[in-house]
Ligand binder design. Structure first.
Ligand SMILES: [Zn+2]
Ligand SMILES: [Zn+2]
Length: 350
């Protein structure tokens, strides 16, 4: 239970393979050339992206890769602070990274540990993970669509008036009896069609959830951290103040340069009892502390707008520094302003 084990990966692989083994012998000869070609690519693409998502490096942080990942994202001084060391890996945690307790290693832009691919979803394989979800969602949808067409043909061969959407000339009883008959006509294809029909909403739902996280410029891990902040804010225990733009970075804890186009302009802290932070403490930032009641009042540094968030997922190492970002454009470069950025992140998680 607590270590890496490919049980679920094998289960997922078998679900695909056994499903296809049962479905194809009856269905394949009845398909047109167009559906055979499209079907071929629909079948192989989930395997291909399963392989890439599961066996590519998710972004493991080692002494060799550490400086690269340190320069990927700046610290946002809300979820990620400079100078925190992973006690197991003995390395400073780069912004957005997390130590995976299952794999026992730190992973860059850790999203979550996924049992279906038996590895973490992180900076380097998140694009493949999304494509795995997309191709699997397409496969189950397409398989169900073709299967329902073939089942309908089975039934209409003997009862020409039957339709998939119940005609009024059929009672529910007759409609369902004939549907069952059509499924049983080719039990392998029929049952896999029904299974595909039932799993399709789950896969699309999972894909939709991850697309929404990308839209918000966040990860599963970070959305949970924002949820914790929301509780602090509800209690009135969260405070923020400004972080100077020309702040000198301590090279011991932070990369002096990152490829990210924006730096944090805020520091977020909590106090144990809701009193304002002490003037003498060493929290970074300047000026007075301001109590924060709502997530919408803090900025999610890692949201550059949907288009750039997608680029960050699908083009690892892309340098956003080539484009200059004005303050006007922060977090809204390719679309309408988002009113509640951090709060949208929590909506995604709940
Ligand atoms: Zn670690
Ligand atoms: Zn892991």
């Amino acid at each position: 239970m607590y270590g890496r084990h490919p049980t679920i990966l094998i289960f997922f692989f078998l679900l695909l393979s056994v499903g296809e083994y049962l479905y194809l012998p009856g269905a394949w000869p009845r398909l047109s050339t167009f559906h055979k070609v499209l079907g071929f690519f629909s079948i192989i693409s989930p395997y291909w992206f399963l392989y890439l998502a599961a066996y590519r490096d998710p972004g493991i942080i080692t002494p060799a890769t550490h400086s690269k990942y340190m320069s990927h994202y700046p610290y946002d001084f809300a979820l990620f602070h400079p100078g925190q060391v992973c006690r197991t890996c003995n390395l400073i945690k780069p912004a957005r990274s997390k130590h995976c307790a299952v794999c026992n290693r730190c992973v860059a832009k850790m999203d979550h540990h996924c049992v279906f691919i038996n590895t973490c979803v992180g900076y380097e394989n998140q694009g493949y993970f999304i494509l795995l979800l997309l191709t699997t969602a397409w496969l189950t949808t397409y398989g169900a669509y073709l299967g329902l067409g073939l089942i309908t043909e089975n039934i209409q061969a003997r009862h020409p008036g039957w339709r998939l959407f119940k005609p009024s000339s059929f009672s529910w009883h007759d409609y369902l009896v004939l549907l069952t008959f059509g499924i049983q006509d080719d039990v392998g294809m029929g049952s896999v069609t029904m299974l595909a029909l039932m799993t399709t909403p789950l896969v699309w739902g999972l894909l939709g959830y991850h697309m929404y996280l990308i839209y918000c410029g966040t990860t599963t891990n970070e959305s949970m951290k924002w949820q914790d902040w929301k509780l602090e804010m509800d209690d009135g225990f969260a405070f923020k103040r400004a972080l100077p733009r020309d702040r000198a970075k301590d090279p011991r804890w932070e990369a002096s340069w990152t490829r990210w186009p924006v730096e944090s302009v805020q520091v977020l802290v909590r106090t144990d009892d809701g009193s304002f932070p002490e003037a003498g403490d060493h929290a970074p930032g300047v000026g007075d502390w301001e109590r924060v009641w709502h997530l919408r009042d803090v900025e999610n540094l890692y949201d550059l707008g949907f288009r750039d968030n997608l680029v960050d997922v699908f083009i690892p190492g892309y340098s956003f520094r080539d484009e200059t970002v004005t303050d006007e454009e922060r977090g809204r470069r390719s679309k309408k302003p988002k009113q509640t950025r951090a709060s949208a992140v929590v909506d995604a998680a709940t």
